[in-house]
Ligand binder design. Structure first.
Ligand SMILES: [Zn+2]
Length: 413
């Protein structure tokens, strides 16, 4: 049964828990003017960048962008749902909660996200263990070897194997007394069969390390090459990035987030020491991805395929970032290669050079326009190409001018 609280109760709990006291129990704060500052617990902070306001009762990290009220802090710090954070703070303040029980809803998401995370973590361990078990995992281990993914990387990224039997995970879950309903809610089974069968499994975590979903590559050519967990209360692929947990410190440190498309591209980059790389889950770059990365990165570099579909995807990503006022550059690896192949063949430095020499929006749009014009076969097409170029320049220039004016007007205003 879903638990909820009256808003008056939530307010009462909030007022009884001063944010300075609550945060002060987790990290040391120093008074600075009206606010208190400390080292941010949500990224590798050396500055300190974490500020707590007693007047507004909110916290904000100016480096990684984490922020919110006292409930948000508890949720992030202790990995709690909102009701759990309310309960925790109520008991801290000695308030007895009157629970308002809602009638059960026929909702596929009517399940505690933390329970999903726990069952996912269990499945991730199971897949990972299976990968290293004798004959059963031989084929998958051979695939990893052929892609030059090291054993250390396989361990670090908790790569696993979903066995070929069709109900191995389900049987294991029955023995471990895990409810089938929970497995179904997590998208681990479909009916009475495993969702992932004879596939190499990539564990997808959120920024706090919770296992939120899986991506799985076929090992026998059956079905789609890659499949992901379905959308759940914990996972939405257009708002999730593979590797963010591992990459976020380096993204904050360098100010740059490098975005690739594939799991193996991301893992290989990290294996070669490029640790500010994340991957979209085989989908194109979305506004949701941009919003997440904006919290950690000043600049995004998108590595795209140099085929027509890849160029169109890069163009859409540019538009998204332009609209959200995010600095984006794009780069491509030579035709027919993916970033994983490129790093393996060329090594770390050429990959870093590729990132360094990425095109900004002007270069990309200019090239796009001149290529259309040089084909020169349709006046309508040419006009559209020129308009597209001018439009993006206008948006980008407008932004630069805004920046310029905020800068010159700041000292007086
Ligand atoms: Zn932070």
């Amino acid at each position: 049964m879903a638990v909820s609280f009256d808003s008056s109760v939530i307010l009462q709990v909030q007022q009884a828990n001063d944010i300075i006291d609550v945060v002060g129990e987790h990290l040391s704060l120093v008074k600075k003017g009206r606010d208190s500052v400390g080292l941010c617990p949500f990224h590798d902070d050396h500055r300190p960048s974490f500020s707590v306001s007693p007047t507004k009762q909110i916290f904000k990290c100016f480096a990684c962008g984490a922020g919110g009220n006292v409930f948000t802090f508890m949720q992030m710090r202790e990995n709690l749902t909102f009701p759990q954070a309310v309960e925790r703070l109520a008991s801290r303040a000695g308030i007895k909660l009157q629970l308002k029980h809602e009638p059960p809803r026929e909702n596929q998401f009517d399940v505690d996200p933390n329970e999903l995370a726990r069952v996912n973590a269990w499945a991730s361990k199971y897949f990972h263990k299976t990968l290293f078990e004798g004959e059963q995992g031989a084929n998958a281990r051979q695939y990893l070897e052929s892609r030059k993914i090291s054993i250390e990387s396989a361990k670090q990224w908790q790569i696993g194997l979903a066995p070929a039997g069709g109900e191995d995970l389900l049987q294991k879950a029955i023995i471990s007394k895990i409810p089938q309903k929970l497995l179904a809610s997590a998208g681990l089974i479909a009916g009475s069969s495993d969702k992932f069968v004879n596939r190499l499994v990539f564990t997808i975590t959120d920024v706090t390390g919770r296992v939120i979903a899986f991506g799985a590559r076929t090992l026998d050519g059956q079905g789609a090459k890659y499949i992901n967990s379905p959308t759940t209360a914990l996972f939405d692929k257009s708002n999730s990035l593979f590797g963010l947990e591992q990459a976020r410190h380096q993204i904050v440190a360098t100010g740059t987030a490098v975005v690739v498309e594939g799991y193996t591209d991301c893992i290989m980059a990290h294996q070669f020491g490029c640790k500010n790389v994340v991957a979209t889950l085989g989908t194109s770059f979305t506004a949701g991805h941009a919003r997440i990365l904006k919290r950690y990165a000043k600049k995004i570099v998108l590595i795209f395929d140099s085929d027509t579909a890849g160029i169109e995807a890069a163009n859409r990503a540019l538009e998204i970032c332009l609209a959200q006022r995010i600095d984006i550059k794009v780069a491509s690896v030579p035709a027919g290669k993916d970033p994983c192949d490129f790093i393996l063949a060329q090594g770390r430095e050429p990959f870093e050079l590729l990132i360094e020499n990425a095109q900004d929006v002007f270069e990309f749009k200019w090239k796009r326009m001149t290529e259309t014009l040089s084909r020169g076969d349709s006046l309508v097409e040419n006009k559209a190409a020129i308009e597209e170029f001018l439009q993006s320049v206008a948006v980008a220039i407008g932004r630069e001018r805004c920046r310029y004016w905020t800068r010159v007007s700041l000292p007086t205003g």
